[in-house]
Ligand binder design. Sequence first.
Ligand SMILES: NC(=O)c1ccc[n+]([C@@H]2O[C@H](COP(=O)([O-])OP(=O)(O)OC[C@H]3O[C@@H](n4cnc5c(N)ncnc54)[C@H](O)[C@@H]3O)[C@@H](O)[C@H]2O)c1
Length: 366
Amino acid sequence: MFDNTYKNKTVILTGHTGFKGSWLTMWLLKLGANVIGISKDIPTRPSMFKILKIKKNIIHYSTDIRDFKKLQKIIFKHKPDFIFHLAAQSIVSKSYVDPEETVTTNVVGTMNILEALRFYKKNCAAIIITSDKCYENLELKRGYLEKDNLGGKDVYSGSKGAAELIIKSYFNSFFKKNHPVRLAIGRAGNVIGGGDFAKDRIIVDTVNSWNNRRPVDVRSPNSTRPWQHVLEPLSGYLILGAKLIKNNSLSGEPFNFGPDEKQDITVGQLLENLAEIWGWSVVRDALKIVKTKPLFNEAGLLKLNCDKAKEFLKWESNLSFNETLIFISDWYKTFFSKSQNMYDYTLFQISKYEEFGLERKRDWIK
Ligand SMILES: NC(=O)c1ccc[n+]([C@@H]2O[C@H](COP(=O)([O-])OP(=O)(O)OC[C@H]3O[C@@H](n4cnc5c(N)ncnc54)[C@H](O)[C@@H]3O)[C@@H](O)[C@H]2O)c1
């Protein structure tokens, strides 16, 4: 798997207590890595991080990435072979309430990682995670390409666009020539999956309502989003790390990771299909369409063109949309039923994802 790149390697993961970070920690542990996690807090209650008791299997730091000295000390102490930087204020609605925290975490926090790595003397591949929202959203029908303009009308999107500019300028100024650290950027869109408990995310609200046999309030049934299972971009980040450590020509490059561009699935469709899989006999009983004004100005659909990841990393989505929904339904049902150890169950889902990869002859399975 991933050319055995991560076995016995030291990997620092920021944002390891969050949704994507918890899944990535689990996958890295399964791949045999020694994981060191840096996060400010555990962002939700409940959380996947606590449910799985991930802390027992890693070295865990409760540290704010805005504290440069502490951050640098951890990086220099553990001498990582890889860094995956996921820590962020990741909620768009929160960026309207606390723009300062969003900018300082997403922009200054990212700069702190780069600033620490500037003085790092060991070979290391650092994958910095931004977002599809870093692009200037021109409401284009086509998928955005890595070379398209950066932008962002809301503060969260702007902070991710700004982080990208900082990464690019740091790369050109310090990392481009004769530096042991290689950098690459992962840009992914909306991810869904078991274990997400963050505020204002549709799947979380839905499964919580359905677990109490109540219909879920649906505000924008006709909005389309580029849904993908959380393991999809994570497989991309892991391939990127594995290729980057071997191939210097990838250094400084951004990569999009998104679902098939042709996939146009509305919130309504997503929830209807999920309701069926969840076991609602009458699907319309599972949804309550409510007409309210959006809480904040949300941008229209933004699609990603992932040809570059396909060409250079041989990465593509592994699951069908239906399989994605089955993965999600199974994870939350298992959690609510308290019938299994969720650490083992999550590893089981990762193994299943890998089995699909083997069946479909994905390049990363080697
Ligand atoms: N979830 C999505 O749909 C999605 C889509 C595109 C991009 N992303 C990006 O992927 C990354 C992970 O997203 P997620 O959904 O797992 O986020 P999350 O909100 O679940 O977790 C965020 C993590 O960052 C940590 N963090 C926040 N502020 C910090 C600070 N100042 N110092 C140290 N740690 C801090 C939190 O403790 C937590 O571990 C983020 O960079 C996010 O912007 C997520």
